[in-house]
Ligand binder design. Sequence first.
Ligand code: NAD
Length: 467
Amino acid sequence: MSEYRMLINGRLVSAEIHTDVINPANEKAIASCPRASVEQLNEAVAAAKAAGPAWAATTIEHRRSALLKLADALHAKREEFSRLLTQEQGKPLAEATAEVDYTEDFIRHFAGLDLPMKVIEENDVRRVELHRKPLGVVAVIIPWNFPVFIIAFKLPMALLAGNTVVMKPAPTTPLTALKFGELCAEIFPPGVVNIIADDNDLGSLLTKHSDIAKISFTGSTATGKKVMASAAESIKRVTLELGGNDAGIVLDDADPKAAAPGIFAGAFTNAGQVCIALKRLYVHESVYDAVCDELMKLANEAVVDDGLKQGAQVGPLQNRMQYEKVKGFLDDARKDGRIVAGGEIPDRPGFFVRPTIVRDIEDGSRLVDDEQFGPILPLIKYRDAEDALARANASPYGLGASVWSSDMDRAYDLAVRLEAGTVWINKHFEVGPNIPFGGAKMSGLGVEFAEEGLAEFTQVRVVNIAI
Ligand code: NAD
């Protein structure tokens, strides 16, 4: 087994406590992972604080070139990262490889952004300038569904803006993050990037720490609320990317055969463990049976297997807790609707659940109203598109949403009225480094990506000069 170490103050270090990381495809230990002590967490924050002024004083060109080196280093280890990602997270190797490639692309794109000083006004009376300054130490907290890609949402932006970082992966998927630390150790001065692992016990200490200036968090809405509360004490900046219950609306003029593959991918990629997965589908009564049948076919054809096996299309759930939770949602599906594909638990080790299509189910069932975060898609029949829109919007979440139709005007009219951070037409879940991404309502606060996302890692400083 390889040895994994954390990155604290430029050194790769072990810990007194280690716990196993489990491969969700076979429930066997892949590696033993160091888990930081409270002292090590404090050391990481102190190192980031001490490294702050010198890093903030570097030019943006210098920081840009360090990020490009990081992208190159990741590229050189593409296969190693992809295999490890499949082993710790469960997703099929092709998806893992795509995740590593996206990570590299996003780092490169963000490295190309700029933070120029802007002159807001210049006349006989005054000159007003807007500068964007680093905030200080940024706490980066990562969930287990995209343990590599979500690093790219946060770390490069924080560093480019001149901040230093203490990053903490999720306890069940720490290995790729620690490998990422090995790359950072070769590129950044001591203290600029620190990466610690925990047993789900250090997140709150990190977010409460008085030397943290900003928290960039991706995870559940329940934890996001705690993060926001702990930021209040010292008015820390927060960006929260939280849970979702994305609705799709299939209009009566949609072509079921043409729409089904996009709907299926939107719901079942990464075994449904995607914040912006399609989690409830409202289908017009005139195409309801046809859409159910098309999705049923795709679900029955899907190859569910260990992600390292050639041809696997759907891997296991990432961890036992999520597996048990999803099995609970299957009980709801049986009680409140009719399962027409999947539903069974394969008789083998690992946290596998077959892609499951549930029809004849209504709002009010837990499977429709809550975030299942697993491979189960409920299909709800509707008659009136305005009613479907109202039901789609009647959720405390608002991350993504989609409309499926062959009439662009009708689809557009609904799309702009869906209460979500992103609304797609005839596709679901597509993000890009140049497209701001964030949640409405209880799905988040602030945005990531693009200039808008970079701005969230800065403090505005206005310099107003009398002429
Ligand atoms: P989670 O909230 O349980 O954990 C996320 C991270 O927070 C982990 O690193 C965890 O150790 C840490 N943490 C736990 N308690 C903490 C605390 N009190 N303070 C600070 N940090 C703490 O989420 P999860 O189960 O790992 O991830 C799944 C959830 O993440 C889903 O709800 C999903 O929708 C959401 N998610 C959202 C986005 C998005 O961009 N909006 C992206 C991916 C996942």
